[in-house]
Design a binder for this molecule. Structure first.
Ligand SMILES: [Zn+2]
Length: 108
């Protein structure tokens, strides 16, 4: 089982990350026009594409972290969805949104 102490610190870390990511998504969405020339526009488009994909990544991470929080509340956190075994504490510390143990991490 995962200790309450670890759960508490993971919950804190997850909440912190959610806040950080929400801030990031907001920043990416704030994207404004940079210039008026064609060259500027090309650069602008590139930057826009980049911020869009970054924002998508951040949103995906956000979703996973929120789900992890839900699992903590439901008492289902840290259980591998493939083998129902306990996910290694070390793995959860590195990747709090993990839904599989280290053994099943590869075959998603
Ligand atoms: Zn497993």
């Amino acid at each position: 089982m995962i200790s309450q102490k670890l759960l508490k610190s993971l919950k804190k870390a997850i909440k912190f990350d959610i806040k950080r990511l929400e801030g990031e998504v907001k920043e990416y969405r704030k994207f404004k026009h940079l210039g008026t020339t064609n060259e500027d526009n090309a650069l602008e488009f590139e930057a826009f594409e980049e911020s869009l994909s970054l924002s998508k990544l951040a949103e995906k991470e956000l979703k996973e972290l929120k789900k992890a929080l839900e699992r903590i509340e439901e008492g289902k956190y840290g259980i591998c969805k493939k083998c129902s075994g306990v996910i290694e504490a070390g793995r959860l510390k590195v990747y709090p949104a993990a839904t599989t143990c280290a053994t099943h991490a590869k075959d998603k």
